[in-house]
Design a protein around this ligand. Structure first.
Ligand code: MG
Length: 166
């Protein structure tokens, strides 16, 4: 039987490069550079997926969607996350809340946070109030601070599913 509550953490980092659209938190942000990845590079959705998978005790996103598999080339991370939510439900759990940190020197994300929250809530099946997105700079330190990369850290909590999927 599923335990009452579980928590998980997710972390991911992707390089910021020229010539790619910036897809972050399930939305496109107007910025001259984007995140490099086998998929669309959405580092926030990948960290959300790993937090949910970790909380459910399931294999991580790299095992589930290998970057050596051409099926996931340029994959829409919203679809990958929706698949993760289905797997978490099949394991008997639903998300209660997500707390997300985006570590990014650029771009400034304050005006995009609301749209990211709504996109993530929609995919995971939560009220927007149960999804928190915080943006922090890295105080110009390291590759994130030099705007060579964006990283994300996410905590998720799960509870047993009240309506089992058929
Ligand atoms: Mg990733």
């Amino acid at each position: 039987m599923a335990e009452q509550w579980r928590v998980g953490i997710g972390y991911d980092i992707h390089r910021l490069v020229d010539g790619r659209p910036l897809i972050l938190g399930g939305i496109e942000i107007d910025f001259p550079r984007g995140l490099l990845g086998h998929s669309d590079g959405d580092v926030l959705l990948h960290a959300v997926a790993d937090a949910l998978l970790g909380a459910a005790g399931l294999p991580d996103i790299g095992e589930m969607f290998p970057d050596t598999d051409p099926a996931y080339k340029d994959a829409d991370s919203r679809e990958l996350l929706a698949d993760v939510v289905r797997k978490v439900a099949a394991a008997g759990y639903q998300a209660n809340n997500l707390d997300c940190i985006v570590h990014a020197e650029q771009p400034k994300l304050s005006k995009h946070k609301g749209r990211m929250v709504r996109a993530i809530a929609d995919i995971v099946g939560l009220e927007p109030a149960a999804v928190n997105v915080k943006a922090k700079t890295n105080e110009k330190l390291g590759p994130v601070g030099a705007a060579q990369a964006i990283s994300c850290t996410v905590a998720a909590s799960l509870s047993p599913l009240t309506n089992k999927p058929s």
